[in-house]
Each structure stands twice: as C-alpha cells, then as structure tokens.
Ligand binder design. Structure first.
Ligand code: THU
Length: 138
C-alpha cells in the first residue's frame, strides 16, 4: 500500500476537522470527527453521537466506518481522527476497524495546535482477533 502523500493527509485531516463540527456530544462535551480515505480517493466522515443513555453513544470512528460500509466500501487506506489532544481511538474502535484491514494509516490530529501523529492500525492493535482468527475463515 503506497504511503499517504502530504496533500492526501492534509485533505483527509480537513475532512475530519469539518466532521467534528457535527459531533453530538452534549454529555461529555468531547467532540470528535473522523474521516476515511477510500481507495478511489473519496472520503467518508463521521462524528461521535452521544445519548442520554450514555452507553449507547457511538464514537466518530465507528460512525465513519459504518457510513462507508453502507455506501458499499469494505476497506480504506487511512483514517484521520480530530479531537482536542489528538486522542487515539478507543479499544472498541480499534477492534471494529481491524475487521476491515489493519494496514491502515491512522492520523491523530489535535485541533488546538494542528499537530498530528501518524500510526498504523496494526501498531495500535497488535495480535488482533480478526476474521482470519475464526475457524470458518477460508
Ligand atoms: N470518542 C470518539 O468519538 N472517538 C474516540 O476516539 C474517543 C472517544 C467519543 C465517545 C464519546 O462521545 C466521547 O468521545 C467521550 O468519550
């Protein structure tokens, strides 16, 4: 998989920051945007969506992934995640995303100072349980 060019990363980060504007987080006030870079160059974004019944809240990463899946995409090259502090994805999101490939570049973006850290999903969730772990896997 060719590495992300600077212009591609910049564009994806802009999408994630824009998606964050739509975050529905009245309970935590922690606003997150995530954007996926698809193999055809398109981007698909998501934001976190909270609920008064707190445990029903959904992270931005899973909203973006589910939106991409609903649009017919099953894998992507990269995900940018924008938040205050540039936090890494939670454990549940690491697992959810790994289902669709772990050779994915993860850009962690701090919306306060614009700084970014780059990781691979495989670094964030090593030795993952994934579809190949199942006995039924071809
Ligand atoms: N959250 C995300 O959307 N992504 C992350 O990577 C970390 C946490 C959301 C979930 C919840 O709405 C809020 O941030 C506080 O945990």
């Amino acid at each position: 998989m060719p590495e992300l060019k600077t212009a591609e990363a910049d564009r994806l980060i802009k999408c994630a920051i824009e998606a964050r504007d739509q975050a529905y987080a009245p309970h935590s006030h922690f606003y997150v945007g995530a954007s996926l870079l698809l193999h055809d160059g398109h981007t698909i974004s998501g934001c976190n969506v909270e609920n008064a019944s707190y445990s029903l809240s959904i992270c931005a990463e899973r909203v973006a992934a589910a939106t991409a899946l609903a649009a017919g995409y099953r894998s992507w090259r990269a995900i940018a995640i924008a938040s205050v502090g540039g936090v890494p994805p939670c454990g549940a999101c690491r697992q959810f995303l790994t289902e669709f490939g772990n050779d994915v570049t993860v850009l962690l973006v701090d919306v306060i100072d614009g700084s970014r850290r780059t990781r691979k999903l495989s670094q964030l969730l090593p030795e993952a349980f994934d579809p190949s772990s199942l006995p039924s896997h071809a």
